[in-house]
Every structure is written in C-alpha cells, then in structure tokens.
Write a new protein. Sequence first.
Length: 134
Amino acid sequence: YHSEQAMASPAWPLLVEGFNELTQDGFATSPIPPGENDKAIYIRSPDGDIVAALAYRIVIATGAASVTLAYVEPSSRRLGYFSALWRELIRRATDDNCSHIQAEASPDDAVAVSIFRDKCSAAPTAVRFTRPIK
C-alpha cells in the first residue's frame, strides 16, 4: 500500500483510466476525477504494475473519509484487491480520526452499489438528484 497525494502518485494514470471508464459507461458521479488534495492508496502486482487504486479525501466538517474513486484493472478483479484497499482506507481513516467512511455511486451502477453496500455494511443514506439545464 502506498498513500500520497493522488495527482502526484504513480496511481494517477490508473485513477484517470477508471474515471474515464465510468464516464464512458455513464456511471461517473462527479464531473471531474479526484482532486489535487485527495490521497491515493494503491496496490502493485508482483510484476510492479499498479493494478488497483482508491482515491479519498478527508471531509473535516463531517468527520468522513470520502471515497472519490476506486478502480481495479479488469484483469485483476476478484483477487481481493478492493477489499485490501478498503481495509487500508479504514486504517488510515481511523488514524485521521474520521468517524465514518462515505462513498457515492450512481444508482445505475449495480456493481458499485453492491460493493459499497457490502463494505459499508449498510443501505445507502442519500440519493443525489441531478437535472440537466441545457
């Protein structure tokens, strides 16, 4: 596990790839990828490639560690990498005195909703509504 500012980390290209994939699939929940103040946790495969990454930010006002993006390379899925990232996020959020972790997913992204429901051990607490203006 490595944690650095997301944009300065070697995981940044993978995070951007994940964001682009979500956007192409219509699942992006925000108009931009993780921000410059987000932190990144990432995992390297045995051959040194970064295969999984999670970006998050600390929201001091709410005491949350907020997941801004999580992505695992398709060829590396179902190998436990996301669970490892999640455990490390919990450890880091605890060290940062956060009271909870929050994650947002498009309601149409059944995979993300299922994963976050499982990892958060709870039902979603809010729904975001958007209305196009053009």
